[in-house]
Design a binder for this molecule. Structure first.
Ligand code: SF4
Length: 278
């Protein structure tokens, strides 16, 4: 019997405290094997075990509904789909979001890398969520390949066009999450700001790695641990300084007029730099 077969899996975990999303119950529609269309160098799941762009049902909606029962009355700010990989790979994404709304009555959120947003069905399913946070770690192919390491080529113009289409049909809150591992060039910042000005998300979150990356996949990495008390082996990543985040944030806010948030690095990323807007 291998290590995976001896682990038990619960598709609901938390509550997880996030510097930006408050207290959230996590839903993992992926399962014990980390599965993603990206293999980000900073991923808190460790090296992704199954790299795929194929959608399929990993965890049944019925199992998630059963796993929710011990958490009644769901005393959280929202219920968030994230977990052990890319949630839009779950073919039952729309079913899960509808069930969450019916069963819990809580606002729902999806954290996605956006790689499947060119699929109209995925865009349609995402509209059921109250909050969608899309990862945008690069505006040039070279940085995207180095940081996110997508398993297939991502055509950035197609991605931007699909994101714009999603923006037009989506009435919930759209957040853009951008991980900064090294300062961006002036040109990259200008392209990003122009794109954001056109997209007009409800907010932008600039992040930098504040949690070490596990050396291998750890199901516990879905939850809350302070960086110096992790129950698994991990490698630290060097964050950029708060000045780098602040300078970029100020430039975005000044030109595009979009609220920008970044973690308070002096407090281990647990404090928002501004009060949450939603
Ligand atoms: S997209 Fe998310 S789950 Fe996938 S590798 Fe990147 S950080 Fe990990």
């Amino acid at each position: 019997m291998n290590a995976i077969e001896t682990q038990t899996f619960c598709s609901v975990y938390g509550p997880v405290k996030s510097w930006r999303f408050g207290r959230s119950l996590g839903i993992d529609p992926i399962g014990l094997v980390s599965t993603c269309s990206f293999n980000c160098v900073y991923c808190q799941l460790g090296e992704i075990e199954e790299k795929t762009c194929e959608r399929r049902v990993f965890v049944s909606t019925q199992q998630i509904e059963q796993d929710l029962e011990p958490f009644v009355p769901w005393d959280v700010d929202r219920i968030t789909l994230s977990g052990s990989g890319e949630p839009t790979l779950a073919l039952n994404l729309g079913d899960i979001l509808t069930m969450l709304k019916t069963v819990t009555g809580k606002p729902s959120g999806v954290l996605t890398n956006g790689s499947l947003i060119t699929d109209p069905t995925v865009r349609s399913e995402l509209t059921i969520a109250d909050l969608v946070a899309v990862k945008v770690d690069a505006v040039e192919a070279d940085r995207l390949k180095r940081i996110d390491r997508p398993i297939v080529n991502i055509e950035l113009p197609d991605f931007w066009s699909a994101l714009q289409q999603f923006r037009q049909i989506y009435s919930g809150k759209l957040a853009i999450q951008t991980m900064i591992l090294s300062p961006w060039s002036d040109r990259e910042q200008a392209i990003y700001i122009e794109l954001m000005h056109g997209l007009l998300p409800d907010e932008i979150q600039l992040n930098t790695p504040t949690r070490p990356k596990p050396l291998s996949h750890e199901i516990d990495a879905r939850g809350n641990y302070t960086p110096d008390a992790l129950p698994y082996a991990a490698r630290s990543l060097k964050p950029v300084s708060i000045e780098v985040l602040k300078t970029f944030a100020d430039r975005i806010q000044k030109i595009a007029g979009i609220p920008v948030y970044y973690p308070d690095l002096l407090h281990q990323g647990q404090q928002p730099s501004k009060q949450p807007g939603f």
